[in-house]
Write a protein that binds this ligand. Structure first.
Ligand SMILES: [Zn+2]
Ligand SMILES: [Zn+2]
Length: 111
């Protein structure tokens, strides 16, 4: 089961959604990356890696980080100030640079 949450900027209202389990993937016969989603347990069992959504706290770019080929900097601006989107609580807002991102307690989805 995946849990969805949302973070809101206290200043500008910027919001970003995050999911607890990223994007598990497996490779098909052709070597292409295929994502497995709930409730497809057969595919999930074949998964060999996970693409986790990250946010660049410097420029606001959202991108995926492959667990088998991790990166520690933003593909757009090269900043090392990046964070997994699921653990953004209390981080500075990348848009206005003044507010802080807080978990929206009214927002919760389960898939
Ligand atoms: Zn903001
Ligand atoms: Zn960046």
């Amino acid at each position: 089961m995946a849990q969805g949450i949302q973070y809101l900027c206290s200043k500008c209202g910027y919001s970003i959604e995050a999911w607890s389990d990223g994007n598990p993937y497996y490779l098909d016969k052709a070597g292409q990356k295929q994502y497995a989603y709930h409730p497809d347990h057969e595919s999930l069992e074949k998964c060999i890696g996970n693409d986790s959504p990250f946010l660049c706290l410097a420029c606001g770019k959202q991108f995926l980080v492959d667990s088998n080929n991790p990166t520690d900097c933003c593909p757009d601006c090269g900043s090392k100030d990046i964070s997994d989107t699921f653990i953004l609580n209390g981080k500075s807002c990348p848009i206005c640079k003044q507010g802080k991102l807080n978990k929206d307690s009214n927002y919760s989805v389960i898939s």
